[in-house]
Design a protein around this ligand. Structure first.
Ligand SMILES: Cc1cc2nc3c(=O)[nH]c(=O)nc-3n(C[C@H](O)[C@H](O)[C@H](O)COP(=O)(O)OP(=O)(O)OC[C@H]3O[C@@H](n4cnc5c(N)ncnc54)[C@H](O)[C@@H]3O)c2cc1C
Ligand code: SF4
Length: 471
């Protein structure tokens, strides 16, 4: 039998079909179609099985990518799924939302050789979607109850993945979240067209069925202090993300009632989930019929512009102060947004807002600063554009984590993030660990998952040590 691998020179790069712009902008459904088994196996067979897999080295989870691609190419789908899930607590999420062009696929040797990357993310997503359909996903059924408990603050990807790891080992786990649903930014930040809400919802259900207790509408700092959780649990994991939005300091912003990106996206996501959203119904957070301007150039800005298109905005413009090459957002997402009719004004920053009018300052790239060239006014004259809705998508930092934690010995670094030992993710309070955006600042789902794995291992060790000391 001939090899089922190394087909990259015979078989073209073929990601799953993407819905055409006309159809995908008329709803909030995911834009990628599913692979069928033959197509997934065919695309997996393009892997060159290189001696040093750079894709794996550039995956934050160190996924055994060539191994599961080989199994998928051979039609051994269930085994491929099992290898994939052995290192990744949420492969179907990462397959959808990782910026693969900057991580695994961007470093694929086949891509570097000019043949077009192996579609790693799409195969990874397909493996778990198939496992769910086929009933291969192992329910959470701990073999033993260990009699120790862990409190987790934050039901985002970091908190959920840690909850699963620890519950499977037999620890009692309670997850506290200030919102009314689990998922964190997977549910209220990232729009449905990138990640179907059914996915985090299914994971939350599986955790609850496996014995994880969720306490919703419970906010650290308001409904309880860290000291209370330490009293109640044998270990605590802080995974409550980074939610303080950076705001424009441009004159006229306050009077012009600009909208923070997450407020806008949360309203849209809640609407899609069937919630009553008065600020959406009133039109305040609905882009329908409006000229929308989004300020910022990251993935959050891309999610805002693409949401506005789907809400039926009259026009959508993205203002970004650097150029296309220096944009932090994924190039793939920018391409999708352009295809959906979004206009990008590069090297442009708002200088002043006055009601519907924005004075736009043309920018140029100056000296390098921290690896990227600093945008400076170009000296060209300002121009005026009109907008009915201005959304600020300038990034986030953790909220006042010290005050939320309520303990002076919880060290917070200069960026406002909780300080944790990089190897164990233990904070400066013994028995209290931290993970995800709260430690890193705004990052990626895949890094939150990586932290969850590290922290849950450290927590398990800590809990075992407690028993040994007591014995
Ligand atoms: C709009 C947007 C789009 C993004 N798109 C992508 C993408 O395409 N790909 C990607 O990889 N990453 C993306 N990210 C980043 C990614 O979502 C985050 O890095 C990731 O969700 C961080 O996980 P986390 O568990 O640390 O925190 P979060 O997901 O933020 O979860 C934290 C949880 O803590 C809860 N919480 C907060 N404060 C408290 C409190 N005081 N008490 C109790 N609970 C609290 C919150 O309600 C939330 O449920 C995006 C982020 C945004 C904002
Ligand atoms: S987790 Fe992300 S970076 Fe790693 S293989 Fe999957 S898609 Fe690529």
């Amino acid at each position: 039998m001939g090899s089922r691998l190394l087909k990259f020179s015979e078989i073209d790069y073929g990601p799953p079909d993407v819905r055409d712009a006309g159809s995908r902008t008329s709803d909030f459904g995911e834009i990628h179609q599913d692979f069928i088994i033959e197509k997934a196996a065919e695309q997996a067979s393009r892997c060159s099985q290189c001696g040093i897999p750079f894709c794996q080295a550039h995956c934050p989870l160190g996924n055994h990518i060539p191994d599961w691609l080989q199994l998928a190419a051979e039609g051994r789908t269930r085994e491929a799924y099992e290898v994939s899930v052995s290192t990744n607590p949420m492969p179907e999420v990462c397959g959808r939302v990782c910026p693969q062009d900057r991580l695994c696929e961007g470093n694929c040797v086949v891509e570097k050789a000019g043949f077009g990357t192996v579609t790693i993310g799409a195969v990874e997503r397909w493996l778990t979607d198939t496992a769910v359909r086929e009933g291969w996903v192992e329910p959470i059924r701990p073999a033993t109850e260990r009699g120790q408990s862990v409190g987790i603050v934050g039901a985002g990807p970091a908190g959920m993945a840690a909850a699963e790891k620890l519950r499977r080992q037999g620890y009692a786990v309670t997850v506290y979240d200030r919102y009314d649903r689990a998922g964190g930014l997977m549910i209220y930040g990232i729009p449905n067209f990138k990640l179907d809400k059914a996915i985090p919802e299914r994971r939350a259900r599986a955790l609850a069925e496996g014995g994880v207790t969720f306490r919703y509408n419970w906010s650290l700092g308001r409904d309880g202090a860290l000291a209370d959780l330490r009293e109640e649990h044998d270990a605590v994991l802080l995974a409550f993300g980074a939610y303080a939005a950076r705001r424009l300091d441009t004159p006229g912003c306050e009077e012009s009632a600009t909208i923070p990106a997450l407020e806008y996206l949360t309203a849209s996501n809640r609407k899609g989930l069937g919630d009553a959203v008065p600020d959406f119904e009133s039109g305040a957070l609905d882009a329908r019929g409006k000229r929308v301007v989004v300020v910022g150039g990251g993935d959050t800005a891309m999610d805002c512009v693409r949401t506005a298109v789907r809400q039926g905005a009259e026009s959508v413009t993205c203002l970004y102060r650097r150029d296309r090459e220096n944009m932090p957002g994924s190039a793939r997402e920018v391409g999708y947004a352009e295809g959906e009719g979004v206009v990008f004004e590069w090297l442009s920053a708002p200088a002043r807002l006055n009601g519907c009018e924005i004075s736009v300052q043309p920018m140029a790239l100056g000296e390098a600063e921290g690896g990227r060239r600093r945008p400076v006014p170009s000296g060209d004259p300002e121009r005026v554009m009109n907008a009915d809705m201005v959304i600020e998508a300038l990034g986030f930092s953790p909220e006042d984590a010290g005050a939320l934690g309520g303990e002076e010995t919880l060290r917070i670094n200069a960026r406002g993030c909780v300080h944790a030992d990089p190897k164990t993710l233990e904070t400066t309070i013994p028995g209290v660990f931290a993970a995800g955006d709260l430690v890193r600042g705004p990052s990626l789902v895949v890094w939150a998952l990586k932290d969850a794995l590290t922290a849950s291992e450290s927590i398990a060790r800590h809990l075992e040590d407690m028993i040994e000391v007591a014995a």
